[in-house]
Design a protein around this ligand. Sequence first.
Ligand SMILES: Cc1cc2nc3c(=O)[nH]c(=O)nc-3n(C[C@H](O)[C@H](O)[C@H](O)COP(=O)(O)OP(=O)(O)OC[C@H]3O[C@@H](n4cnc5c(N)ncnc54)[C@H](O)[C@@H]3O)c2cc1C
Length: 380
Amino acid sequence: MHDVVVVGGGPAGSLAAAALARTHDVVVLEEHPSSGQPVQCAGLITDDVISMSGVRPDILNTLHGAEVVFPDGNTVEVRSDWPKARVVDRGQLDSLMADAAMDAGAEYRYNTRYLSHSVTDHVEVETGDGMVGSRAIVGADGHSSRVASSLGDNFPREYVRGIQADVSVRMERQDLFRIHLGSRFAPGFFTWEIPCGDFTRVGLCTSWSAGPPYHHLMDLLHHIGASDRIIRMYSGKIPLGGRRTIHGDRCLLIGDAGCMVKPVSGGGLYPAFQSVPILRDVLTDALDRDTLDEHALSGYDRIWYQKVGRELDRAYRLRSMFVRLDDDDLSCAGRYASREKVRSALDELSLDHPSDVVGGIMKHPSNILAAIPLALRCLL
Ligand SMILES: Cc1cc2nc3c(=O)[nH]c(=O)nc-3n(C[C@H](O)[C@H](O)[C@H](O)COP(=O)(O)OP(=O)(O)OC[C@H]3O[C@@H](n4cnc5c(N)ncnc54)[C@H](O)[C@@H]3O)c2cc1C
C-alpha cells in the first residue's frame, strides 16, 4: 500500500511527486516509456518557471519581447531590457524533473497506463499492468485526464487545438518572437515564430470550432517561406476555463488535468507549478490526519482558487472578450496598441501575469477614452 499514486509523469506529476516523496511513499504511473515524449509544447517559459521546476534545463534562446502582427499588416513591437522568456527543450525539462522526483524518493513505473480507480477505505487503481493500492491518488494525466473524468461531469470549459513545426530557418531577429493575430492563421488564438538559433519553432492554436489547425500551419509556413524546411511537427490540445472541481474522495488534480492553464497564452507550466505547494500542504495534512474524504480535501479547491484560480478566471474573461473580436476589431486594437502610452505599458507585460498589463494601460485617462469603442465591441 503506497501513500500516494500520481498518474502522469509530466512536469506537474513530477513536481508533485518530488514534493510529496520527501515525506511519503509515492509511486508515479506513466503510460509512455519515459517522461517528456511526445513533446506538446513550445518550451517558452520564464525564469520563475525554471526556478520553480527545481532543475536546470539547457536554454536554447533568451527572448526580450515580441513583434505582434495584426490582420491589416500593422506591426507592434513590445520589448523590455529584462529577459521576458527563455526557450527550453520540453523533452529535456520533463526528463530532468522526473529524475529529480526519483532522487527525492518517488518510484516511477513507465509503460503503465492508468485505466480507472475505485475508492473504499483506500484507493484501488486498475492499470494495464495490474492493480496498485494507495491511500490517495493525484491526477496529473494531462489535458484529457481520465482521473478528472472519474469525478463526474468535469470537462474543461473549452479546448483549443495546437500544432507546431520546427523549421530549419534562422530568424533575422533572435531576441524577439513573432505573433500573428487574426482569422487567416489562428482563429480564436494566435501564432508564434520563436527563434532558436539555426531553427525556428513555428506554431499556432485555434478555437475548437475552427476545426483541425493543420492547414492554418501550412498556410503560415508558406507565408514565411518555410513549408519545405520542416524538421519535425507536434500537435496537442490545451484545456481552458477551469473544471467544475479539482478534488474528490481521496483524489486531487494538478496541471492540465486540473485545467490549470493561462487562458490568454495557453501556458500551463506556471500555474501548474504554483499549485504544487498548495497540493502538497493539503494532501500532507490530510495524510497525517488520515482523513482523506472529499470534505477533508475541499480546502484544496478553496485555497487554490484564492491563490491561482481567481487570476485564471480573470484572464478567461479577457479571452472571452478576445474571441468576440473580428479581424477589423483586431486591426483596430493594433492601432490602439501603437499609441505610445499603450505601447510603453505593454513593454512591461509579464508572460506569467498578462492581465496585469490592463491596469498599466488604464493608468492614463487618454488610453481609457481611446479604448471605449473597442471595449464596447468586446462586450457586445
Ligand atoms: C502546441 C502547444 C504549445 C505549448 N506551449 C507552451 C509553452 O510554451 N509554455 C507553457 O508553459 N505551456 C505550453 N503548453 C502547455 C503545456 O504543454 C501544458 O500545460 C503542460 O504540458 C502541462 O503539464 P502536465 O504535467 O499537467 O501534463 P502533460 O505534460 O500532458 O503530462 C501528462 C502526463 O500524463 C501521462 N498520461 C496521460 N494519461 C495517462 C494514463 N491514463 N496513464 C498513465 N499516464 C498517463 C502522459 O503520457 C503525460 O506524460 C503548450 C501546449 C501545446 C499543445
